[in-house]
Design a binder for this molecule. Sequence first.
Ligand SMILES: [Ca+2]
Length: 202
Amino acid sequence: MEIHFTQPTEEFTINPPNLIFLQMSNTAGILKVVVVQGKRLVVRDFKTSDPYVKFKLGDQVAKTKVINSCLNPVWNEELTFSLTDSVGTLNLEVFDKDRFKADDKMGYAHVNIQPLVSAARLKQILKVSSGETTLRKVIPDSDNCLVRESCINCVDGEIVQELWLRLCGVESGEIELKLKLENPNPDSLSRSNFDVWRWVFV
Ligand SMILES: [Ca+2]
């Protein structure tokens, strides 16, 4: 059996003939969001809050667990999203869980994930695969709610961005995240008309 291709829609040879390829929906990689912790979150109950974080990436939604009675919660929880070329911003909102009424808002933030995707492309060009290399730095601006500059590193082949986001719409609160990009397909992400091909046996 011989299967060879350098790019999904460019050079390829296949054998045997019962191998076909299917056009897939736009799955260009996996974005893992590690929700590390929150600091100085706002009070929404009598003296404290029961915070959880809700994330939105395009039409995908995921939530952390609730941590009861804590303004400096540690989640260390990993949430997984599939990455497409049409999605550039990860949005989050923090809520106070309430049992007998609607959950109270504790602030929101966003971060552009395009720098992470660009770093993946750079990693491919530089052929970085082992050790730890800083690929780029992201400064606080209107594309994000960064508290301070954030580094995007390649750690043993994985693209990782560690960051602190300042919560908007409230008097205080910061959230620490670690973003990881797995199975990145930067060529696909850079194309406007975007096709991903998957080889299957029939
Ligand atoms: Ca509550």
